[in-house]
Design a protein around this ligand. Structure first.
Ligand code: NDP
Ligand code: HSE
Length: 460
């Protein structure tokens, strides 16, 4: 059987006392659900290895939950088991705790506890992207004023060290765009619908049972969770504070299976993407279902996996792939932050890696480009009666309004034998140009029902 052989006590010459082991980093865990229990399990299992890397032990001293009985089944009764409490306030001001790991979720109590922890001089590690997207400015400012760290690798694309990549690995680069699949639940649902023919509700129920979904899964399927994460990626890529309220968000709830099938016949796959991109002196910040060429690397990301692609001036395109949700997968990222802290806690604040990657010059916000001005190719589906007469008129109208059609494919309507679906792929253009053309044709009596409009990206 494999046994850790790591030891923290340096060997000492014969007859001399061994040097004292360095003081452990003492952790208080706020929450012991999916992420909390995954973090605890990995810290226990790999304790010696983690200590060898960190230079000192990382010990969970206290755990706060609501349901003590359930938490006892996770922690067990062994000697050295952390103190369990249902009073999170006691944890955040305990003198037995150096760093508070917030993995309880939410933005109300979590915000207040994190601010209290900071006020008591505790470092904070959190996987709570909603908290940082909404209250990051306040929390990072409080941490800076108190000289403590707020670390959050687990908040974005869990097992992928993307915050470290942007903040440290790509630090030499002017980043052009960051784009990725950053919500595991919605990618799991889209994959299950496509690969196993599962319905939306059944696929979501599976994702929930596997612990991938947020406490309120509306955050996953409506794109909010991806928008939270995108705002953190953009902050690190472009040196802004979180601009979460400005992210254009569209989730997967309105995705029509017929469009997925039609797009596949044209060689495209549908993915929920988050895209943050320089645009003049501002930014595009958007989350929406997107068609990608089927050969694109991001189109190969299935199930709850995530992937983030970064285009930067010196490194070029880099790609990061890994689990997008899950207990130990997130625990891995939380512990990476704890190891960074164990190594750097004694440094002066100015010597630590800055929270958002920029030691100076962080801007409160860059102008965000509205959806109408963002250019891309589009997939458009129109449901028609009398297609022989209507299709030529549609093409004439689009051409007159400056919309260049690159490909066109007619299909039987998925449920109404009287109708035809006309699928069009446009050349890149702004939505501002496409919208009036579509409004004109939708007003005709032979153009019926809902017209799907999806962005198509090449991310080349
Ligand atoms: P869970 O619902 O599984 O766990 C939440 C934990 O917090 C539970 O132990 C719960 O206690 C505790 N808790 C909640 N409210 C309170 C309270 N008022 N007082 C004390 N304890 C409380 O959530 P997850 O582990 O899935 O998610 C936690 C955070 O991590 C969220 O911010 C989420 O967005 C984020 N995250 C989740 C990932 C995932 O894959 N699930 C991945 C990355 C980030 P009790 O059980 O007793 O109710
Ligand atoms: N609910 C989130 C997701 C968890 O599915 O991506 C990881 O942040």
């Amino acid at each position: 059987m494999y046994q850790d052989h790591f030891s923290l006590s340096a060997s000492s010459p014969a007859g001399t006392a061994p040097p004292a082991a360095p003081a452990p980093l003492r952790v208080g865990l706020l929450g012991l659900g999916t992420v909390g229990s995954g973090t605890y399990a990995v810290l226990q299992r790999n304790a010696a290895l983690i200590a060898a890397r960190a230079g000192r032990r990382i010990e969970v001293r206290m755990v706060a939950v609501r349901n003590l009985a359930r938490a006892r089944t996770v922690l067990g009764e062994e000697p050295g088991t952390p103190l369990l409490t249902d009073d999170p306030q006691a944890l955040v001001c305990s003198p037995e705790v150096d760093v508070v790991v917030e993995v309880m979720g939410g933005t109300g109590l979590a915000r207040s506890l994190v601010l209290q922890a900071i006020a008591h001089g505790k470092h904070v590690v959190t996987a709570n992207k909603a908290l940082l997207a909404e209250h990051g400015a306040e929390i990072f400012a409080a941490a800076q004023a108190r000289g403590v760290v707020v670390a959050y690798e687990g908040a974005v694309a869990v097992s992928i060290p993307i915050i470290k990549a942007l903040r440290e690995g790509l630090t030499a680069n002017r980043i052009e765009w960051v784009a990725g699949i950053i919500n595991g639940t919605s990618n799991f649902i889209l994959s299950a619908m496509r690969e196993r023919g599962l319905g939306f509700a059944a696929a979501l129920a599976e994702a929930q049972a596997l612990g991938y979904a947020e406490a309120d899964p509306v955050f996953d399927v409506q794109g909010t969770d991806a928008a939270h994460k995108l705002s953190l990626l953009a902050a690190n890529a472009f040196g802004t504070l979180s601009q979460y309220p400005q992210v254009q968000v569209q989730g997967i709830t309105a995705v029509d299976a017929a469009d997925v099938a039609f797009a596949e016949q044209l060689g495209y796959r549908l993915k929920l993407l988050g895209i943050a991109k320089r645009h003049g002196t501002g930014l595009e910040l958007r989350v929406h279902p997107t068609l990608l060429p089927e050969s694109h690397l991001l189109a190969q990301v299935h199930g709850s996996m995530n992937a983030v692609m970064v285009k930067s001036d010196a490194a070029g395109i880099t790609l990061y792939y890994g689990a997008g949700a899950g207990a130990e997968q997130t625990g891995s990222a939380v512990i990476a932050d704890l190891v960074d802290l164990a190594r750097s806690a004694s440094l002066a604040p100015a010597q630590r890696v800055p929270a958002l990657g920029f030691a100076s010059g962080v801007q409160p916000g860059l102008p965000v480009v509205g959806a109408d001005d963002v250019e891309s190719a589009f997939y458009v589906r129109l449901d028609l009666s009398r297609p022989d007469a209507t299709v030529p008129r549609v093409l004439q109208q689009l051409a007159a309004d400056g919309v260049q059609v690159q490909r066109m494919a007619p299909h039987p309507h998925p449920s109404d034998p009287e109708l035809r679906c006309l699928v069009l792929l446009t050349a890149p253009l702004a939505l501002r140009t496409l919208r009036p053309a579509l409004q004109a044709v939708e007003a005709w009596p032979t153009v019926l029902g809902y017209a799907s409009v999806l962005r198509v990206e090449s991310l080349a």
